[in-house]
Ligand binder design. Structure first.
Ligand code: NAD
Length: 484
């Protein structure tokens, strides 16, 4: 077994997470009406491990007929069972799902890493525990909606069509399914085509939890399957997380219909370091903010603004820290940076690296090597960029950071707000007053102070401008599935 090589002079012995306890079928069908159903077209597609390009399983491709079956199953379950069930009984099922996720946490974490390429440390410590936490949190609200929204008689919407991306497959499914169930809605969910496995494992778990048939339906496939959900006339709500481009298509498609929507879209977050900040802590936060999950994070801190007086020092610290990052086998517990999720995404990132260089920016990557097979991108930073550069304006969705400097507070606010996006931001300073000044002026749905990429089910998350609308998490997340 090869040793992981990191460039600070230290070698770590491999520490591979075991895959013995994981059961993955050769072929997955669609989960409709509580049963595993073959796709009408008879078509299946491969899901592969992006870290070695090996095939993991075959996944059913749902067409509009399958989606129609799923919506009908969800409607029947809504009319006959779920909307009539006392809320405290609904809550018990949601608690059961949460507990079963905890029980099977290791299996979910390994499958997430195999299918998506993210380091096991992240799927084990972030994705899976947070997914369980969302089910726990919303289970708690199910029978307390009258207290959540006093003096209002809130009602469920009906059938929710939910479409999620590949960067946090299980967690995004939990963000969507848990509040929908807690508020009495039924669900048709579609995972992203490159990462269907944990949603399908969740379907198995939901069967084990004894959830009534048709309350949650999982259909797999690519954009065409997603469009069939969006365009189905009997869907009452679309909850979408994904790119701004697809979000716009969805918004157009449902314009003029009765469908409610929440769109959680792209981002180009600014991380801002002031000269009075605890710089080592800030550098660690910047590294976490952009290189965490290979930069496959909507709220990734992909733009860094450093106050001019500390720029040289921060840049040196960042480069030193990048040299020590471990890139390689995502199943290894030492790994910091795993595989890029797909060849398509790697091509997009590489395209932006070329664009950055062509725009005259200076590119830096640490001296580490990457595995031969699979899809990999070294952590990258660009200096010498300006506000109009495409690598500063456009979402890359990879481990690529663009650094600029600033002198004054007003200058950095103007620069940070100068993108079409407004999902998140981070501020690093020793001064509370400065922090509060910035949080009130930055146009971003979430702003972290002296930390980054922290999530909690009780805390709403969502964007401004082209980062979408609506909030997930917290009470706002409940309201998105209710009328009244
Ligand atoms: P994507 O928009 O390509 O795909 C997202 C999902 O939509 C997938 O399941 C896909 O199959 C489906 N889809 C594609 N075309 C569709 C169509 N025409 N109609 C309906 N569904 C369709 O996004 P992606 O590449 O999977 O994910 C990356 C994007 O997601 C990034 O832009 C990222 O910022 C964003 N994202 C946002 C948040 C957030 O909370 N704001 C969270 C995670 C990811």
């Amino acid at each position: 077994m090869t040793k992981l090589k990191i460039n600070s002079g230290w070698d770590f012995a491999p520490s591979l997470e075991s895959t013995d306890h994981v059961s993955i079928k050769k072929q997955y069908e669609l989960f409709i009406g509580g049963k595993w159903v073959k796709p009408t077209s008879g078509k299946y597609f491969d899901t592969i491990n992006p870290a070695n390009e090996q095939k993991i399983a075959l996944i059913a491709e749902a067409n509009d007929k399958d989606v129609d079956k799923a919506v009908k199953a969800a409607r029947k379950a809504y009319n006959e069972v779920w909307s009539k069930m006392p809320a405290k009984e609904r809550a018990k099922y949601i608690y059961r799902i949460a507990r079963l996720i905890q029980e099977r946490a290791r299996e979910f974490a390994v499958i997430e890493t195999l299918d998506g390429g993210k380091p096991i440390r992240e799927s084990r410590d972030i994705d899976v525990p947070l997914a369980a936490a969302h089910f726990f949190y919303y289970a708690g609200w199910a029978d307390k909606l009258d207290y959540a929204f006093p003096n209002k008689k809130m009602q469920s919407l009906g059938v929710a069509g939910q479409i999620v991306p590949w960067n946090f497959p299980l967690l995004m499914a939990a963000w969507k399914i848990a509040p929908a169930l807690a508020t009495g809605n039924t669900v048709v969910l579609k995972p992203a085509e490159t990462t269907s496995l944990t949603a399908l494992k969740l379907a198995e778990l939901i069967q084990d939890a004894g959830l009534p048939e048709g309350v949650v339906n999982i259909v797999t496939g690519a954009g065409v399957t997603g469009a069939a959900i969006v365009n189905h006339p009997d869907v009452d709500k679309i909850a979408f997380t994904g790119s701004t481009g697809v979000g716009k298509i969805i918004q157009n498609a449902i314009a003029g219909t009765h469908k409610k929507a929440t769109l959680e879209l792209g981002g180009k977050a600014a991380n801002i370091i002031f000269e009075d900040a605890a710089l080592d802590q800030a550098v660690e936060g910047i590294i976490n903010g952009i290189y965490f999950n290979q930069g496959h994070v909507c709220c990734a801190g992909s733009r860094l603004f450093v106050q001019e007086s500390v720029y040289d020092l921060v840049l040196r610290k960042l480069k030193d820290r990048m040299e020590a990052l471990v890139i390689g086998n995502p199943l290894d517990k030492n790994t910091d940076i795993g595989a890029i999720n797909s060849k398509e995404q790697l091509d997009t990132i590489n395209k932006y690296l070329k664009i950055g260089k062509a725009e005259g920016a200076e590119m830096y990557q640490p001296s580490c090597s990457v595995p031969k097979n699979g899809y990999w991108c070294k952590p990258t930073l660009f200096t010498g960029v300006s506000q109009s550069n495409r690598i500063v304006q456009e979402e890359i969705f990879g481990p690529v950071l663009a650094i600029q400097t600033f002198r004054t507070v007003s200058e950095v606010i103007e620069k940070a707000n100068n993108t079409p996006y407004g999902l998140s931001a981070g501020v690093w300073t020793d001064k509370g007053s400065k922090l509060f000044n910035l949080t009130s002026q930055l146009k971003a749905g979430v702003i972290w102070g002296n930390t980054f990429n922290k999530f909690d089910p009780a805390s709403p998350f969502g964007g401004y401008k082209e980062s979408g609308f609506g909030r997930e998490g917290g009470l706002h997340g409940l309201k998105a599935y209710l009328k009244g």
